[in-house]
Design a protein around this ligand. Structure first.
Ligand code: SF4
Ligand code: SF4
Length: 421
């Protein structure tokens, strides 16, 4: 990713004293295209305008919520009219737009499957729109984030690497794992196909998953957030809840600030949303939201939209569309995920990997590092730390076998074997 910052483009994820982050909230009663477009224009302008976040003529990845590619009336995916309005606004700025998501939930991440999901979610009409491409490239590469607190390497879908900006167009929903699914959680869709259950396996608690989401947002630093809260989902989101009209569009440069306002709108306690708790603890949000400036139409009185919460808030893989394959990869995550191995010919015995390993899994034997796999939690910090190139990632026998089965079923590429870290 070659983010074009430049003068006037602010960093959307840090708190600046005396400069609160704007969150624009604008009424929009239904999905009539002109109404949505006008509401979006107003909200973007209230939030500071595109001049502050997207440079003209750049390549923009528009990231909707395409979960399961379900039809608009189910309120699972971002409504196509909202996505279309965002694309129109960006094209008017001379941007080249790529619409991309890895829809998750054990869905096959293949070009044919993606094409089907675009159609089912109502995005097919955008394909004929010059200046907008619906991504069909299902490859991925690794992005490194050395500053990450719990995750320093992310496999990300390929369009991310060829974009100057990411604009997130999310759907407001309750969620059984994270309680809220809005702007911040949306970026999890940049993680391709079957890497998702591996991440759920590695980051099982709500807290660790939340920390990983914050690391991911800090790495990607999306330029603009638009949230479709015209009809939200309440109850057992992200897929099995109930649509409920709410009548708002929200826009902000900051995913965290936007989600704080979304909590207020949906009468959810931000302290119950693990990733918001993590953001507060990291100093990226103030507990009372005092670093946020809410602009636009007045927020309805509190409790107007007391949404139904999920029946269970699992914090450990619940709420995810669990296909047998997803379940298998999640349950066998430790077996399936690549593990670090040492090339003794290259290892100098410097011990840097031992010092960094949070699981204390690495020992030194005969002047060479040794990694017994039972203690390793697959964080790959050691791999990143080794400057001798002595560590490489590979699957064990059972993991390779599982990968072969998955590949034979068309759920993974040959590429995944080498990119899978
Ligand atoms: S960091 Fe690399 S070279 Fe140093 S001990 Fe670990 S594997 Fe060996
Ligand atoms: S040995 Fe495992 S747990 Fe330790 S740093 Fe390497 S990948 Fe992480």
């Amino acid at each position: 990713m070659n983010l074009q910052t430049g003068d006037g483009i602010r960093n959307s994820l840090t708190i600046t004293p005396n400069d609160p982050v704007p969150v624009a909230i604008v009424k929009c009663s239904d999905y009539e295209p002109d109404l949505v477009y006008r509401a979006l224009q107003r909200a973007v302008s209230l939030a500071g305008g595109l001049d502050t976040c997207v440079a003209p003529g750049t390549r923009v990845l528009v990231k909707p919520n395409l979960l399961q590619g379900l039809p608009p009336e189910r309120a699972v995916c971002t409504h196509p009219v909202v996505v279309g309005a965002v694309i129109r606004l960006l094209k008017e700025r001379g941007c080249e737009v790529t619409l991309a998501d890895s829809p998750g939930g054990g869905i096959r991440y293949t070009p044919a499957s993606l094409a089907r999901q675009y159609e089912r979610a109502g995005y097919g009409v955008l394909a004929g729109d010059p200046g907008c491409v619906l991504n069909l490239d299902t490859g991925f590469d690794t992005a490194r984030y050395p500053e990450g607190r719990v995750c320093r390497e992310f496999p990300l879908i390929r369009p991310y690497f060829s974009s100057d900006h990411v604009v997130v167009v999310s759907k407001a929903k309750t969620h059984v794992l994270t309680l809220l699914s809005g702007a911040t959680k949306n970026l999890f869709g940049l993680i391709p196909g079957l890497e998702k259950p591996l991440f759920h396996s590695r980051f099982q608690s709500g807290e660790r998953f939340g920390e990983m989401l914050i690391d991911l947002n800090l790495l990607v630093r999306p330029s603009l957030q638009v949230t479709d809260a015209i009809v939200i989902m309440e109850g057992d989101g992200p897929t099995s809840g109930t649509p409920r009209p709410m009548g708002f569009l929200l826009v902000s440069p900051s995913p965290l600030a936007l989600d704080m306002v979304l909590c207020r709108l949906m009468s959810l306690n931000p302290k119950e949303v693990p990733y918001l708790r993590c953001a507060i603890e990291r100093g990226l949000l103030t507990p009372d939201g005092s670093n946020i400036e809410i602009i636009g139409d007045p927020l309805p009185p509190s409790d107007t939209f007391r949404v139904k919460k999920p029946r269970t808030c699992a914090g450990s893989g619940g709420g995810i569309q669990v296909t047998p394959l997803f379940w298998a990869v999640h349950a066998l995550g430790k077996v399936y995920a690549m593990r670090p191995s040492v090339n003794p010919d290259l290892c100098s015995g410097c011990g840097k990997c031992i010092a960094i390993c949070p699981a204390h899994a690495i020992t030194l034997a005969g002047g060479r590092a040794r990694i017994p796999s039972r203690h390793c939690m697959r964080c790959y910090c050691c791999h990143e730390m080794c400057s001798e190139g002595a560590l490489f990632l590979e699957r064990g026998f059972a993991g390779s076998l599982l990968h072969r089965v998955i590949r034979a079923c068309g759920f993974a590429h040959d590429d995944d074997e080498k990119n899978g870290a």
